[in-house]
Design a protein around this ligand. Structure first.
Ligand code: ATP
Ligand code: MG
Length: 650
């Protein structure tokens, strides 16, 4: 029996729509191949050229200084990141909308580039007035409101290092992250809105601050106007400070390697890591990839639905699009509030042309059904994107047909908090798509699939995804822990970047990311990836979502356990359980027949929406969960699963 090949699932690659290619920045596969070859022949020259996409106060003297595993990019260059996202657009695009924000309750706010610029300058002055200096850390714990964009850009403007903590995190998670970066200032809000409810953000922030002696001031945006406790001397209202602030704030140049931010990974594989990104390399690659992958044009209306609490929000809500002078949409609330058609309504209202969302969201839309989509005019869309997890071919096809109406290319973008920007993706006017594959590495990115010795594996064989050479937006270290940085990423396979993902490469050189290395299952000597089996499960009409893990098995080494959430209209039953087991065995082979299928209304996810298989693995193996659960969205999901299990045993 051969290892399962996900790419045999799909027949023919889907060529980019002709109309799209004609106007795209990269128009054909040949053109992509030329760019790739050019970059490969002289990577430093290639990146030096891309460096011209941003404006420098002083030009760099050297493109790369590589002392493995430490890289410095654009050495000697000086720039201001916020200048690149704001000031440089003012002359031509001062009146162009930069940010089109919609509140959960439907109210809206639009900021032109000139207006956003003014607000950023004022808030930068506020921070400076409170004693924040270049290199100081500013913690940001906020809902998706325009002020969060202002806070990031204002920090960048004065060379402060921001550390955004997703607004759904607990006080402990926030306190840990503030302690790690020793923030001087916290920027937060009185509260936030979620599905019509008011959440007491400041209470949580205050609880965290009890344990954070480094924080001298807490700046509070008045969002909900709920009653809040106030600590005189520490707490300050944002609007009062902004009102008093000066409008002018010169963007001073900082060193190319000046730190820009710290951000923690989502925690699907273990304790989150504080990833450090610096200025020039990060901005260059975000700017460049936004242009290439999203085919960004002047008149696009761009909406990336990620929360700014995640790297996607940093790179593709803020830095990449604003550096390109784009008009961005930002939405405060939940996709199913007040109804499950909120996103399609927003696309219609703002005439969104580029829509970038997560694989997990796409699976949810698919489960909710067409009735929410059909009533809305979403014909403004011209390009769709996905990120976060491998997208199963069934969801890809649904996205392509139901949302893209067979005419919008889908960019399946593989990257990580650590990589800072997109690394492997369809170029929408050039790359024929294969549903479920992130396809080909971008020019300048030396991605390969190898064995533990670093040798390329044959097409269709499972291996490890690595990056051979440094790239501009790579993480510089794990904050405060150079040793862990070297160990996690650069020594597993000596000399190359170890992404931690299992992958296959097919005969056309397409890369199929299968999921985490830890999620690969070994049954009777055969390696199967959780994603392959999940993908088959989701292709069954009863299944909305599935997570597959291994538990030790005396005979086979490992046995397959599936956790399955059903679509509306389907009920758990013994028959359905057997049907799903047969379905997997039929589609992949009897080797993959699950030992168990467990139904659950919801799967445990990180707050960024990724399935936490490590918790399910623990549950399937030990019947309980003891690992780090600080990034888990909803503990009740795990509690219910534990309970269901004990009930079964009784
Ligand atoms: P942690 O590293 O703490 O476990 P995390 O890896 O989930 O958290 P992120 O950096 O947000 O945190 O996620 C990066 C990972 O997401 C990748 O390593 C990969 O496993 C997955 N991923 C992202 N985009 C894609 C994609 N297009 N296709 C397949 N997998 C993807
Ligand atoms: Mg990771």
């Amino acid at each position: 029996m051969q290892e399962f090949d996900p790419h045999v699932l799909d027949e023919k690659p889907i060529p980019p729509p002709e109309e799209f290619s004609k106007k795209a920045h990269v128009k054909s596969l040949e053109e992509y191949r030329e760019l790739y070859a050019e970059a490969k022949a002289d990577p430093e020259a290639y990146w030096a050229e891309q460096g011209k996409l941003i404006e420098w106060a002083e030009a760099p003297k050297k493109t790369l200084e590589w002392n493995p595993p430490h890289a410095k990019w654009f050495v000697g260059g000086k720039l201001n990141v916020s200048y690149n996202c704001l000031d440089r657009h003012l002359e031509k695009n001062g009146n162009k909308p930069a940010l089109m924000w919609e509140a959960e309750d439907g109210s809206t706010l639009q900021l032109t580039y000139a207006e956003l610029f003014e607000r950023v300058c004022k808030f930068a002055n506020v921070l400076q007035g409170l004693g924040v200096k270049a290199g100081d850390c500013v913690a940001i714990y906020m809902p998706m409101i325009p002020e969060i964009a202002v806070a990031l850009l204002a920090s960048a403007r004065i060379g402060a290092v921001h550390s955004v903590v997703f607004g759904g995190f607990s006080a402990t998670a926030l306190a840990d992250r503030i302690a790690d970066c020793k923030a001087k200032i916290l920027v937060t809000a009185d509260g936030s809105f979620r599905r019509g409810k008011m959440l007491a953000l400041k209470d949580t922030a205050d609880a965290a601050l009890e344990k954070c002696p480094t924080v001298q001031k807490s700046i509070v945006v008045q969002r909900t106007k709920q009653e809040v406790k106030w600590k005189e001397g520490r707490d300050l209202w944002w609007h009062e400070l902004e009102e008093m602030a000066e409008k002018e704030c010169i963007a001073l140049p900082f060193d190319a390697e000046h730190p820009l931010y710290i951000l923690y990974t989502s925690g699907t594989t273990g304790k989150p890591k504080g990833v450090l990104h610096t200025s020039a390399g990060y901005l260059v690659q975000c700017t460049w990839s936004t242009r290439l992958v999203f085919d960004m044009k002047d008149d696009d209306v761009y909406w990336c639905t990620a929360d700014i609490g995640w790297v996607t929000g940093h790179s593709y809500v803020i830095y990449g699009p604003l550096s390109n002078g784009a008009s961005i949409v930002m939405y405060e609330g939940a996709p199913d509030f007040p109804r499950k058609d909120r996103f399609w309504e927003i696309i219609d209202r703002y005439k969104v042309s580029i829509f970038y969302s997560s694989a997990t969201a796409i699976r949810a839309f698919m489960a909710w059904g067409m009735e929410w989509i059909t009533p809305h005019d979403i014909s403004s869309l011209r390009l769709l994107g996905t990120v976060g997890e491998p997208i199963n071919p069934a969801a890809w096809k649904w996205y392509f047909e139901a949302i893209g109406k067979n005419r919008c290319p889908i960019v399946d973008t593989w990257w990580q908090t650590e990589t800072g920007s997109i690394m492997i993706s369809v170029l929408p006017g050039a790359t024929p798509a294969k549903p479920g594959s992130a396809t080909l590495p971008l020019p300048g990115i030396a991605a390969r699939v190898v064995n533990m010795k670093g040798e390329s594996v044959a097409p269709g064989e499972t291996g490890y995804l690595i990056i051979e050479r440094p790239w501009p937006s790579m993480l510089r270290t794990i904050y405060g822990d150079d040793e862990r940085y070297a160990k996690e990423y650069w020594t597993r396979i000596p000399g190359v970047y170890f992404a931690g993902d299992a992958a296959q490469c097919d005969k056309d050189g397409y890369i199929w990311v299968l999921g985490r290395v830890d999620d690969v299952i070994k049954v009777a000597g055969h390696r199967l990836s959780s994603m392959e089996i999940e993908s088959v499960l989701v292709s069954h009409p009863a299944v909305a979502e599935a997570a597959v893990v291994a538990r030790p098995d005396e005979i086979k080494g490992e046995a397959i356990v599936c956790f399955v959430a059903l679509r509306t209209g389907f009920e758990p039953s013994k028959e359905l359980r057997d049907t799903l087991m047969d379905h997997v065995a039929n589609m992949i082979g009897s080797i993959a027949r699950p030992a168990d299928v467990r139904f659950t209304p919801l799967l445990p996810k990180t707050r960024s929406g990724k399935i936490m298989r490590r918790l399910l693995r623990e549950l399937a193996t030990k019947g309980a969960v003891s690992g780090d659960t600080t990034t888990l969205e909803d503990m009740a999901v795990i509690e219910r699963l534990v309970k269901a299990q004990t009930d079964d045993e009784e």
